[in-house]
Design a protein around this ligand. Structure first.
Ligand SMILES: Nc1ncnc2c1ncn2[C@@H]1O[C@H](COP(=O)(O)OP(=O)(O)OP(=O)(O)O)[C@@H](O)[C@H]1O
Ligand SMILES: [Mg+2]
Length: 371
């Protein structure tokens, strides 16, 4: 275990590599134990998926059966049904004969991937009505499971808002309402979209779940835990360098972890300033061309606003006269549109009281260096 890089940059691997999130773990676990449906949202790469996996791994398997469904890149209810049926099949929570009867009724069949051997559900997507009518039966069967409490996490749930069917949200909301025996967790990035889905009175999920926003890990807590991990791996380090990494990456977990992983794997004797400078420069260099490419990918004003926000680091009043004058931007109405477009594209994010920030820390630092 001690040879493994303790700074994860992909998936969750266990509590020993998972920093802090003590409060958040408690909050999510409490919701599960009290059968409250919960919506978890934050900007991208802050640790939503990892938190769900962390909490799931701690649940008592004699009482709970957690199911995780990733809706990333699904575009319609047929693809939604496909993901759900595949995961439910693997969970073995429904007797095979019943499962296959439901599959038949929605016009689906099971096959196995010839390379991985993983089960794959093939849907006859021409028959969407059949799929939409048949899927609730699967949930009926799930909730009839008396042995375990079922916890169903839908990750990347914001995808539903873009489904081809207008009624997709209402459809899933009805399933949720019909299954009080199942605890649902809805998780998603695109913070503003998630908030809209669960907090606007004209949307089906309006005020139907407990809302939980994930923020950055507190800097001192993060630092302390990093020190302790480095100590247990017998690695020498300058405390200031660790603090510098946390500050340069704004404690934005996905970005912080990558830098930590690199300084760890490329360190000899000690993690010091020289090593950090070298790796930081490498990472920025690797991101230089995608930073510059934005100029050609974006309309001119969006590009100008993106660079201006990067240079300011955080912008509280993007529509102010001062900001526009400083960066030679046009009328505030067009700046407002540019800001909205950049938010929609995920290139900038809202950071609470601090204001707007360029999402990707490495792109941010590269843009700061432009003319
Ligand atoms: N508490 C933590 N301790 C250590 N590493 C973490 C922690 N939380 C997240 N990570 C790491 O940070 C990265 C991003 O986390 P994760 O994928 O869970 O974020 P996310 O919010 O689900 O992102 P997205 O919105 O892109 O789905 C991953 O590499 C993960 O391993
Ligand atoms: Mg995720």
């Amino acid at each position: 275990m001690y040879n493994m890089n303790p700074f994860l940059i992909k998936t969750y691997k266990g509590p020993e590599y998972f920093f802090d999130r003590i409060e958040e773990t408690k909050k999510l676990s409490d919701a599960i134990m009290n059968e409250r449906n919960l919506t978890l949202f934050s900007n991208r790469r802050l640790g939503k998926t990892s938190l769900i996996q962390h909490v799931f791994s701690k649940l008592d398997t004699r009482k709970y059966h957690p199911i995780y469904i990733d809706l990333f890149a699904t575009q319609n209810l047929a693809q939604f049904a496909q993901k759900v049926t595949e995961v439910v099949y693997k969970s073995k929570l429904i007797k095979e004969n019943i499962f296959f009867r439901i599959l038949g009724s929605i016009g689906a069949s099971l096959s196995f991937d010839e390379h991985s051997g993983m089960p794959k559900i093939d849907l006859n997507i021409v028959n969407r009505q059949k799929i939409i009518k048949g899927l609730p039966e699967l949930f009926e069967q799930l909730k009839n499971n008396k042995k375990h409490d079922i916890i169903l996490a839908f990750d990347e749930f914001q995808e539903l808002a873009g489904y081809e069917e207008e009624k997709a949200e209402a459809y899933v909301r009805t399933i949720m309402q019909d299954c009080p025996e199942i605890t649902f967790i809805f998780s998603g990035s695109k913070k503003s979209l998630m908030k809209e889905m669960f907090a606007s009175s004209n949307r089906p999920f309006f005020q139907s779940t407990q809302m939980m926003e994930l923020h950055e890990i507190d800097k001192d807590t993060y630092a302390k835990e990093i020190f302790s991990v480095l100590n247990s791996h017998n690695k020498l380090y300058d405390k200031d360098v660790i603090y510098r990494i946390l500050e340069e990456t704004y404690c934005h977990t996905g970005f912080t972890q990558l830098v930590l992983s690199r300084v760890y794997s490329e360190s000899g004797e000690k993690i010091d300033d020289t090593l950090f400078e070298m790796i930081w420069e490498d990472i920025l260099e690797e991101n230089r061309s995608i930073s510059r490419e934005q100029e050609f990918l974006l309309p001119k004003l969006q590009w100008k606003v993106l660079v201006a926000i990067a240079k300011e680091e955080f912008v509280k009043a993007p529509l102010s006269r001062g900001f526009a004058d400083k960066y030679g931007l046009s009328a505030s109405s067009s700046v407002a549109r540019a800001v909205k477009a950049l938010l929609d594209k995920g290139l900038i994010i809202e950071c609470g009281d601090l204001g707007l920030r360029v999402y990707n820390v490495y792109i941010l630092k590269n843009l700061q260096k432009l003319y």
